[in-house]
Design a protein around this ligand. Structure first.
Ligand SMILES: NC(=O)c1ccc[n+]([C@@H]2O[C@H](COP(=O)([O-])OP(=O)(O)OC[C@H]3O[C@@H](n4cnc5c(N)ncnc54)[C@H](OP(=O)(O)O)[C@@H]3O)[C@@H](O)[C@H]2O)c1
Length: 241
């Protein structure tokens, strides 16, 4: 399917994987709308993409999301890559329930609320692509919250594919991707961690956001894929990391 003149909304499209997806969609002829919380990131992304529209919103706020989609009107493809960072890490027994809950509020309920608000405006020939993560398929020690969130997203995607057909609903499941989500680490530590991760992966490198963007564009384009989780993780699941 050509994406020429298709309208695509990317919630979280101002950074990392979402920004790379926005740029790739534009290169395929799509009209792109990016949204996230920070005006600064929205402005920078709109400038970098060149032709996109940008909106400031919090995807956890149902009212804001409803008003946003009412303003946007009909469109073809919804991509959600927004999420707060993984803050609830550590052995299951030591985790505070509130911290796990607030991570669910962001990544799971944020994506849920976004789809709910967007639904009246997505064309029947269109698509919804959410974002999970490789931990859903291969839990890592100390990552129970992210494992649960990503598994919940993948379950939701399969259920929505049934309820919302013929709209296609899929997820991309990234492995480790070099994005600003790691900006809290200094360069030296990040390089060392990435080198170590790369050595244990079948494909021997940490992903660039552009490698993920291709998966989102594929799922927007392909008219015979729904209820699927596209793993883009460099062989992390088979490598056991
Ligand atoms: N990078 C990885 O290694 C990796 C691995 C597995 C899964 N993932 C998943 O991939 C997705 C994208 O990650 P990324 O690495 O590209 O992260 P990123 O570079 O930090 O981008 C996250 C985006 O989400 C937006 N955002 C965060 N909270 C939001 C909210 N409440 N409302 C609206 N927008 C919000 C951020 O902008 P504002 O700050 O302006 O809101 C930003 O544009 C996430 O679901 C993440 O869990 C990433």
């Amino acid at each position: 399917m050509s994406l020429q003149n298709h309208r695509a909304v990317i919630v979280g499209g101002t950074s990392g994987i979402g920004l790379a997806t926005a740029k790739l969609l534009v290169s395929h002829g799509a009209q792109v709308i990016v949204a996230s919380r920070s005006q600064e990131k929205v402005d920078a992304a709109v400038k970098e993409i060149g032709t996109a529209q940008g909106y400031v919103l919090d995807f956890q706020d149902e009212r804001q999301m409803r008003l946003f989609f009412e303003k946007i009107g009909e469109f073809d493809h919804l991509v959600v890559t927004a999420a707060g960072g993984a803050t609830s890490q550590g052995p299951f027994g030591a985790l505070a329930i509130d911290s796990a809950r607030s991570e669910f509020d962001s990544k799971f309920w944020g994506q849920y609320a976004t789809v709910k608000a967007a639904l009246p405006f997505i064309r029947k020939s269109g698509s919804i692509t959410l974002t999970s993560g490789a931990y859903a398929a291969r839990p890592a020690k100390g990552a129970s919250t992210m494992v649960a969130i990503n598994s919940a997203i993948e379950g939701l995607v399969r259920a929505m594919a049934i309820d919302l057909a013929p709209i296609r609903v899929n997820a991309v499941s990234p492995g480790v991707v070099d994005t600003p989500v790691f900006s809290g680490m200094d360069n030296e530590s990040r390089t060392a961690v990435f080198r170590q991760i790369a050595q244990s992966l079948l494909l021997q490198h940490v992903a660039k956001p552009e490698e993920l963007a291709e998966a989102y564009v594929y799922l927007a384009q392909n008219t015979y894929t729904t209820g699927s989780v596209l793993q883009v993780e460099g062989g992390a699941i088979l490598s056991g990391i």
